[in-house]
Design a protein around this ligand. Structure first.
Ligand code: GLA
Length: 401
């Protein structure tokens, strides 16, 4: 797809959401209606390292959430989920949690604005987009960043991008109740066209690296499964990492997170850590190192070696961190003898969602056919494959006309 075609597709999506907004709310005060976009994210390498203060290497992609929004004269918020054709409305003075879950992200954002002591008025919005939900592309972070970015502009809150990211993460932690790290929100808000972001989750310093997409494409294979273990196991992994940190800290008080230590030190204290915590700490310290090595390989233009690192990550996530599942392992396994695939691994929190694959451009059509056939034979599931392009992060969109 050329850049121009991609822009047209994204504009069309935004226009479709705007049309739904107009059908729902009418076209009064057209000059006050604004449109915002916030993308889903991929992560090339650096999994479960964000909440251990390590490095990650995400990018924002051409699958995004769109908000069409305008202010209201009263204190009501009316949200229209255009893909679900559902509406939820609340008053700014009552942020109680509704039973249906999709408004939690938006109410969580309003709550963060209140907690910061900032004032906003009521607003009405239609939202929708093409980030697959539950596929591990962080549609929730895209939603949170999009709304907060929009409210920041609408009500002139003067929040900078990093503050928006931190507040969006807090909304997820405190209102939605998922103890996620900062990667997803950061990637959605700070994404840059054709670049990956190396983010140091301890200092929040970041650097963009151009990601060459001339010869290889990024293809996501969506298992279509989301095991119910996902959020409870995620929180358990966090606790196991904290436990490991506490034990290692006894021997070196400068260790405040697993970022502050290394695989050698973990090995030294293997017995005291115990089998499970040892394997968690081993994976995380190795993965943090792997991201740095992978970035150097990217700078050298050595994509085959970069791809091998992705396979190493999968091995660790499968056997040591234990957040994979048979469907993900199956998909990664299928690629191993395919010379057109440089790297493949599960992506995101785990227990379902997508694998991320680095595939030679001309081999992508046959790759998709083979993967779909294998998955159908094994699981009787039609495997969605998404070719993704790396695009800019959260932004306002001007629709002409
Ligand atoms: C989820 C979380 C992120 C990160 C990844 C694993 O996507 O939201 O913060 O921890 O899992 O790398």
């Amino acid at each position: 797809m050329t850049k121009l075609q991609q822009v047209i597709t994204e504009t069309e999506l935004a226009e479709a959401v705007k049309e739904k907004y107009l059908l729902k709310f009418g076209s009064e005060n057209p000059e006050e209606i604004r449109v915002f976009r916030s993308p889903g994210r991929i992560n090339l390498i650096g999994e479960h390292t964000d909440y251990n203060n390590g490095f990650v290497l995400p990018a924002s992609v051409d699958k995004a959430v769109y908000f069409v929004i305008s202010p209201r004269a009263d204190d009501r918020v009316i949200l229209y989920a255009s893909d679900l054709d559902e509406t939820y409305s609340f008053s700014l003075s009552d942020l109680s949690k509704p039973e249906q879950s999709w408004p939690h992200y938006q109410i969580g954002i309003v709550e963060q604005i209140h907690k910061k002591g900032l004032k906003i008025g009521g607003f009405q919005a239609a939202f929708g987009g093409n980030v697959p939900v539950g596929a591990g592309l962080s549609s929730s972070a895209a939603l949170e960043c999009c709304l907060l970015f929009a409210l920041n502009e609408l009500f002139e809150l003067k929040l900078d991008r990093l503050t928006i990211v931190k507040m969006a993460q807090k909304a997820e932690n405190e209102y939605v109740g998922v103890q996620c790290g900062i990667m997803d929100q950061f990637a959605s808000a700070f994404g840059k066209n054709e670049s990956v972001i190396r983010l140091d989750c301890r200092s929040l310093e970041y650097e963009y690296f151009p990601f060459p997409m001339d010869d290889y494409l990024i293809v996501l294979c969506d298992t279509m499964v989301k095991h119910s273990l996902a959020s409870s196991e995620y929180n358990t992994r966090r606790l196991e990492c904290e436990k490991g940190t506490q034990i290692l800290q006894k021997y070196d008080s400068s260790i405040l997170s697993l970022r502050d230590t290394n695989p050698e030190f973990v090995e030294l204290h293997r017995e005291e850590l115990g089998d499970v915590v040892y394997r968690r700490c081993k994976f995380i310290t190795e993965e943090i190192r792997r991201v740095q090595d992978a970035c150097n390989l990217l700078i050298d233009g050595d994509l085959p070696a970069f791809g091998n690192k992705m396979y190493e990550t999968h091995q660790g996530l499968q056997h040591e961190y234990e957040v994979s599942c048979p469907e993900l392992d199956f998909l990664v396994q299928q690629t191993i003898r395919n010379e057109a695939v440089l790297g493949s691994r599960m992506m995101g929190g785990g227990f379902g969602g997508c694998t991320i694959n680095l595939v030679k451009k001309e081999a992508v059509p046959s790759f998709e056919i083979e993967m779909k056939k294998a998955y159908l034979d094994q699981y009787q599931i039609d495997l969605p494959c998404y070719k993704v392009k790396i695009t800019d992060g959260t932004e306002e969109i001007r629709i002409v006309g």
